[in-house]
Ligand binder design. Structure first.
Ligand code: ADP
Ligand code: MG
Length: 623
């Protein structure tokens, strides 16, 4: 079109489109899921605005918050239309081409190695998957604040935008028209689209309709002369064979002209999905497979990985809400990078089935930001601003309950894992389904153990619960992970403290002279080899009434030895001399101790000072 305004795609976006266009990726189906997900997001947005301003919805058909799919076999066009928020001209330019999202280059990079196109939605560039199946795409959009515009592109590095003066007015929302490539003809089959919607868009909370053909029997006058033009046309277009009605239905013949039955193809909107939200269902009636699929659609992670655990519950009382929480199978790469500054919760908040936000940081503490899921509350008010909602007193109650449930859920991973050492008699009761649960807690610990440690540091209220989830290696764990409860069950009689040592790695620590005596006497010592462990142990002072003792620090007590006093006496002069040699700025004290065996002496740190390992960490950080 001559009056169209031309734009170039931002460079990264252009590269992304090239990759998609030339992709040999066989699962091209994913484009439909991405488009439906965008339509659903757009409806969520207008519905949210309508909470505080009913006017934005308009009237008539504009108030129908649904998604419609239509096929034009003749022209090979597949179109998807929503009555969502729509896009202004400005939005079209920015969202579909000129502003690259942060995920764009990450995704391009991934695709150049061994990336899976299936994950495109996670990177915030799902729209461009349309070019897996189409070589020309039109986006027609009407936003309340602007006129209707058309965006179009053949993915040749450029797109064009025109004011729409020729298409039917949309009222509000967006219609995406895909001009399908020749080899993508299957997407013009109704059955294919029905299958895809079932498969991928089961958890979309708005009705998805297909303009579907239907064979119906119609009665037309048997006498050709009397049939109207219109009837003739529809009879022609029907694919079924004309059939004489054989049944004796025409009993009351009277004066009526004789009729016959013919098959006729008509079209109507066929609802493809069941919009009952999964979290409103009874947990007993939801299958594991459904939860897994729900997790995939919630996170746009369509890999084969299953979530490690989930918890679906209803909270009653002053604050009522339903929630589904998931522990993902893997931690995102940047989980801890942005921990302090760019913290973002991953829970979706709904109020009475209306999506409010997925950036509601008030629902979970920072250290649980790896959890995915949603909360739907009937108690929160609907017609207030997001800011007001953020300050609502119920949020504190919700948060408290969510933390409890989350920690229970994590603990259950351990309880159900046969690899987690348990009491002998408990082991016998375990059943065959354990295969799937085997090793799950170690998996959890590898991915999210740091979050548990951050929790111990940050959440004093739940410190003990979190400490129960802690895993580590020790002088007795034989290369496996062990827990504080297991440590305590192995404690020697008379042992009061829980012993640990911190350092760079287990191999070095095992050779430490600090362990000589402890090992010989059969005491177990925990290895803490992660930098965060030093901070952790500043907060974790005790567990089940037992204190923690860093064995490289002053204060290690291994029970009284009868020779202690004697030794102290006979080496009195030596210690005195030594203390004199090492000036007081070098050491605080020189003492006789029973902590060593072969090694003649060691330098220990004072009880409240930094351990040698902490010194090392602080030094490396200040570099
Ligand atoms: P994402 O959905 O993760 O944001 P997409 O590439 O799928 O990424 O979509 C890019 C953007 O285009 C969306 O964020 C949205 O602003 C806009 N958009 C896409 N489809 C629609 C639609 N049907 N209605 C309104 N806006 C849309
Ligand atoms: Mg999207």
């Amino acid at each position: 079109r001559s009056d169209a305004q031309k734009f170039e795609f931002q460079a990264e976006v252009s590269r992304l489109m090239d990759i998609i266009i030339n992709s040999l990726y066989s699962n091209k189906d994913i484009f439909l899921r991405e488009l439906i997900s965008n339509a659903s997001d757009a409806i969520d947005k207008i519905r949210f605005l309508a909470l505080t301003d009913k006017e934005v919805l308009g009237e008539g058909d504009n108030t129908k918050l649904d998604i419609q799919i239509k096929l034009d076999k003749q022209n090979k066009i597949l179109s998807i239309r929503d009555r969502g928020i729509g896009m202004t001209k400005e939005d079209l330019i920015k969202n579909l081409g000129t502003i690259a999202k942060s995920g764009t280059s990450a995704f391009v990079e991934k695709m150049q190695t061994s990336g899976d196109l299936n994950l495109i939605g996670q990177f915030g560039v799902g729209f461009y998957s349309v070019y897996l199946v189409a070589d020309y795409v039109e986006v027609i959009s009407k936003h309340n604040d602007d006129k209707q515009h058309v965006w179009e592109s053949k993915a040749d590095g450029a797109f064009a935008i025109s004011e729409d003066t020729w298409n039917e007015p949309l009222g509000r929302g967006t219609e995406i028209r895909l001009h399908l490539r020749d080899e993508a003809g299957e997407y013009l089959e109704e059955s294919k689209l029905k299958d895809l919607v079932k498969k991928y868009s089961e958890f979309i909370n708005f009705p998805i309709y297909l303009w579907a053909s239907k064979e119906v029997d119609v009665e037309v006058p048997a006498d050709g002369d009397e049939s109207s033009d219109e009837e003739e046309k529809s009879a022609e277009s029907s694919s079924g064979e004309e059939e004489e009605s054989e049944k004796g239905e025409d009993e009351d013949t009277e004066d009526k002209p004789k009729t016959k039955k013919v098959k006729e193809t008509t079209y109507e909107w066929e609802l493809l999905n069941d919009v009952k939200a999964i979290w409103l269902r009874n947990p007993k009636e939801v299958t594991d497979e459904e939860y897994t699929k729900f997790y995939h659609s919630l996170t746009k992670d369509f890999s084969d990985d299953k979530p490690l655990a989930w918890s679906h519950f209803t909270a009653e009382g002053d604050v009522e809400f339903k929630a589904v929480l998931f522990v993902p199978p893997k931690a995102p790469d940047d989980l801890y990078e942005s921990y302090h500054d760019a913290y973002k919760s991953n829970l979706k908040l709904y109020v009475r089935r209306v999506f409010i936000s997925d950036e509601f940081n008030e629902l979970l503490p920072k250290y649980l930001n790896f959890l995915r899921g949603l909360v739907d509350s009937d108690t929160l008010p609907l017609n207030v601003s997001r800011e007001m909602l953020q300050q609502h007193s119920s949020l504190k109650t919700i948060k408290k309950k969510l933390i409890r449930k989350a920690l229970d859920m994590i603990r259950r991973i351990a309880d159900e894992d046969p690899d987690e050492a348990k009491d002998k008699d408990k082991k016998d009761v375990e059943n065959s389904s354990d295969d799937e649960k085997k090793g799950q807690y170690a998996k959890f610990w590898n991915q999210f153990g740091k979050s548990i440690k951050l929790g111990i540091i940050e959440d004093a209220t739940n410190r003990n619960r979190l400490a129960k989830l802690l895993r580590f290696e020790s002088t007795k764990s034989e290369g496996k992970l062990t827990s504080l409860d297991q440590y305590i069950s192995r404690m020697k009689s008379g042992q009061k403290d829980i012993f640990y040592i911190t350092g760079v790695n287990k191999e070095l620590l095992e050779k430490s002279p600090f362990l000589e005596r402890l090992k010989k006497k059969g005491y177990e010592v925990i290895f803490f080899t992660n930098p965060i462990d030093e901070y952790l142990m500043q907060y974790l002072m005790e567990y089940e009434d037992k204190k923690f003792q860093n064995v490289s620090k002053e204060g290690l007590k291994l029970g009284k030895d009868s020779k202690d006093k004697e030794l102290k006496e006979s080496f009195k002069e030596l210690t005195k001399w030594w203390k004199g040699v090492l000036a007081s700025e070098n050491v605080e004290d020189v003492k006789i101790s029973n902590r060593l065996d072969d090694t003649p002496c060691v330098v220990v740190t004072s009880k409240y000072g930094w351990s040698a390992n902490m010194e090392r960490i602080m030094q490396s950080q200040s570099l």
